[in-house]
Design a protein around this ligand. Structure first.
Ligand SMILES: Cc1cc2nc3c(=O)[nH]c(=O)nc-3n(C[C@H](O)[C@H](O)[C@H](O)COP(=O)(O)OP(=O)(O)OC[C@H]3O[C@@H](n4cnc5c(N)ncnc54)[C@H](O)[C@@H]3O)c2cc1C
Length: 364
């Protein structure tokens, strides 16, 4: 099949809240962004619209007093991005070359060249892969099983209920502690006899009277019925191999997230887990002209509103860069599209030729 070549000023990868917000802003700035997202793929569990497509009630996105369903919210985002001229392409990006501008992205039969790239490819919660965990109607995902306590813990389905949190790291301790605000009891099920969590997080969880630890236990299956949702978890004791059932009404899987950044390994700076590194003042990565927003660069907040907020920042950063204005890099230096570097103290400009000139305003 012939390879089609596309050229753009702004390309965005990912159509979750971060990518679509970046699209709304870039489209309104007349940059006609191209937004690329993976097609529906049941095996890889991808759907254009991102993670909120697999949830029902979103109660914490501002502007919706009565709450809104995740897919409906993402449809509104998408319509708003379309209204201002965003173009959409549903394909997997399989390779990127960010060595020089224009950057080159590859899909199965397209080559896309772009002056700026906004990465909003998100992160995926890690799952156990046990029976009963998949999304309804196959399992109880969305009907008692969740991977986000901040998102789902306050929902009526989990209030005054017995909940299980699976995991032994900081995230599991944080989720368990948070859930005690609503639950009648929180069991932390961990497959070892010791936690991986930091000391302070462990101590907070140990002190919490609503939390009980179930040690050395592997989740084998999440049990329930279509009518009542989750009714328990079947566990296997690591020491004697015995199986037993722990009754509960909700299960929160807290075994970590994997940022979708394999494509960028060796090209963009990342932390040890794979989150793209940006700094607090902009969404620039270490490559001038490449910006990252949403869960792909946020291991802390991971919410739709923070993803949308950084999506807005990325679009404004890309716009500034294309307007020949300096953009702050993770190092604290500023760079321009011409390749000028402005030192962290803002006093000097280093030209691409290596020539150093003053950035101080001329005296009156
Ligand atoms: C079950 C669940 C419930 C949640 N509930 C809430 C809630 O109530 N409130 C809240 O604020 N947050 C909630 N969250 C968190 C929220 O969904 C995320 O914080 C948010 O979606 C992150 O947005 P994002 O745009 O960064 O990435 P994502 O939404 O993850 O979107 C990234 C997109 O990039 C695509 N992509 C990745 N790699 C490629 C590639 N190589 N080529 C093409 N496309 C690619 C993916 O397919 C995906 O569509 C929930 C999350 C989950 C899992």
């Amino acid at each position: 099949m012939a390879t089609e070549e596309i050229r753009r000023q702004v390309v965005i990868i990912g159509s979750g809240p971060a990518g679509l917000t970046a699209a709304i802003y870039s489209a309104r700035a007349n940059l006609t962004p191209l937004l690329i997202d993976a097609p529906v793929d049941t095996e890889k569990q991808t759907t254009p619209g991102g993670q909120l497509m697999i949830t029902t009630d979103v109660e914490n996105y501002p502007g919706f007093a009565k709450g809104i369903e995740g897919p409906e919210l993402m449809m509104e985002f998408r319509k708003q991005a379309e209204r201002f001229g965003t173009e959409f392409l549903e394909e997997w990006i399989t390779k990127v070359d960010l060595q020089e501008r224009p950057f080159t992205l590859y899909t199965e039969n397209k080559i896309i060249r772009t002056e700026t790239l906004i990465i909003a490819s998100g992160a995926s919660a890690k799952w156990l892969g046990v029976p009963g965990e998949a999304k309804t109607p196959v399992g109880f995902g969305g009907n008692g099983v969740s991977a986000c306590a901040t998102c789902d813990g306050p929902l009526p389905a989990f209030r005054n209920k017995r909940l299980v949190v699976v995991g032994g790291g900081d995230t599991a301790m944080e989720e368990a502690t948070f859930l005690t605000r609503y639950a009648s009891k929180v069991y932390v099920v961990h497959r070892r006899e010791k936690l991986r969590a930091s000391k302070i997080m462990q101590e907070k969880a140990f002190r919490n009277e609503k939390i009980e630890f179930v040690w050395n236990a592997d989740v084998q299956e999440i049990l329930g019925t279509a009518e009542h949702g989750v009714t328990g978890v079947r566990l296997r004791n690591g020491s004697d191999g015995e199986h037993f059932t722990l009754e509960c009404e909700g299960v929160f899987i807290a075994i970590g997230h994997k940022p979708n950044t394999d494509l960028f390994k060796g090209q963009i700076d990342m932390d040890p887990v794979g989150y793209l590194l940006t700094n607090g003042h902009s969404t620039a990565t270490n490559i001038p002209g490449v910006f990252a927003c949403g869960d792909v660069q946020d291991s802390v907040y991971r919410q739709a509103i923070t993803a949308a907020g950084t999506g807005c920042m990325s679009a404004i950063d890309a716009e500034r860069f294309l307007d020949h204005l300096p953009v702050e890099m993770p190092s604290g230096e500023e760079v321009t599209i011409e390749g000028e570097h402005i030192t962290v103290d803002r006093k000097l400009i280093i030209e691409p030729t290596g020539e150093v000139i003053s950035n101080e305003p001329a005296p009156d």
